[in-house]
Design a protein around this ligand. Structure first.
Ligand SMILES: Cc1cc2nc3c(=O)[nH]c(=O)nc-3n(C[C@H](O)[C@H](O)[C@H](O)COP(=O)(O)O)c2cc1C
Length: 357
């Protein structure tokens, strides 16, 4: 992984190393993968308008997210099943993120428990939650998350049902039975994971997901905890405003990396109208297709406070465990500092709307 120059290099190295079904599970999007491609295309379509003759002898990409200091405006996105990539699993990711000083958002669908990951973590941990049909079990998980020391709850709202990923269906993908889902309610943590189902994770997990969840359940969740709640998977300005009205402290503008509704808008394109509608009342993050330092600049210029990084973290983990994760984040940081210098923006506060067209 030390030889990699770009995040794309790490992806190629991971593709050489991972078994086909795991690679496809990580890489794929829903249906025809239109939204998966659109996420990248949206970044490429935006042009930068660099400012010149600005003193960029010192560039400082540091910022904060919900009061957590960030060395750069990047968080590790919640992704499932890290032990498919590396035996160290989510603990390895947490150590790699910690080495880079970047907060990790741990998925409900982790292959290690929140307690194990918190014990291994050397940096801040947030937790990504789904509301289960069994509200008591949901509440019990929130209690565990709080006890483990997580600093924020990221409620994913773009998955009332799980989309189909055709590649997984064709591969007959399923989680190997020895990898349990340690954060699911005990009764289901082991058994369904080994079932072969077409649609992959749908079979593992669909039974827990509650497709009847509404804004009222968000109010219920907010009453269960004092942790700040972040809503992940918002595409529309009206939903963003509703999120604010229901007490969310931050929003992740996200289409789940193109893995849920195929045909959904690119997350970068969804960001500007949402930024205009919330007008600074909540923090905005965006994810989906961030692969370069210049992508981070574009996201911030269009109204994000930070970006989340999904697949590149999995590629880093697959190739080099915690060192691979740290290397991915280190490369992105170098690229971001260079991009900020070349844009004439020595601080994140200097990255404004005028930098991107
Ligand atoms: C393999 C994989 C698993 C994912 N699992 C989850 C999950 O459990 N919960 C969730 O909220 N988002 C999940 N996501 C979505 C990511 O949090 C994030 O939105 C997306 O990966 C960002 O796009 P990127 O991969 O292009 O950076 C997953 C994404 C991938 C690629």
């Amino acid at each position: 992984v030390d030889d990699a120059l770009t995040l794309a290099d790490v992806e190629r190295l991971a593709a050489d190393r991972l078994p086909r079904a795991a690679l496809d599970y990580y890489a794929s999007g829903a249906d025809d993968e239109v939204t998966l491609r659109r996420n990248r295309a949206a970044f490429e379509a935006r042009a930068l308008y660099p400012r010149v003759l600005v003193d960029v002898a010192r560039v400082d990409p540091s910022t904060t997210a919900l009061g957590t200091p960030l060395p750069m405006p990047v968080l590790v996105a919640p992704t499932a099943f890290h032990r498919l990539a590396h035996p160290d699993g989510e603990a390895g990711t947490a150590r790699g993120a910690g080495a880079a000083g970047v907060p990790m958002i741990l998925s409900t669908l982790a292959t290690m428990s929140v307690e194990e990951v918190a014990a291994a973590a050397t940096g801040p941990l947030w937790f990504q939650l789904y509301i289960f049909k069994d509200r008591g079990a949901t509440r019990a998980l929130v209690d565990r998350v709080v006890a483990a020391g997580c600093r924020a709850l990221v409620l994913t709202v773009d998955a009332p049902v799980i989309a189909r990923r055709d590649r997984d269906a064709r591969n007959g993908f399923s989680l190997p039975p020895e990898l349990g889902l340690a954060n699911l309610p005990a009764a289901g943590a082991a058994t369904p994971a080994g079932e072969r189902t077409h649609g992959g994770v749908a079979g593992v997990f669909a039974d827990y997901l509650d497709p009847s969840v509404t804004w009222r359940d968000l109010d219920w969740l907010a009453a269960q905890t004092r942790l700040p709640i972040v809503l992940k998977g918002i595409h529309r300005a009206d939903d963003a405003v509703r999120s604010v009205d229901h007490g969310a402290r931050a929003i992740v503008v996200s289409n789940h990396g193109g893995r849920q509704l195929d045909g959904a808008v690119a997350s970068l394109d969804a960001l500007p109208p949402i930024a205009a509608a919330v007008d600074g009342r909540v923090e905005l993050y965006v994810d989906g297709g961030v692969r370069r330092g210049t992508d981070v600049v574009k996201a911030l210029a269009l109204g994000a406070r930070a970006v989340l990084l999904g697949r590149p973290i999995l590629w880093g983990l697959a190739v080099g465990g915690d060192r691979g994760v740290a290397r991915v984040l280190g490369m992105l940081r170098e690229e971001l500092e260079r991009a900020m210098a070349l844009c004439g923006a020595p601080t994140v506060a200097a990255i404004d709307r005028s930098l991107v067209g």
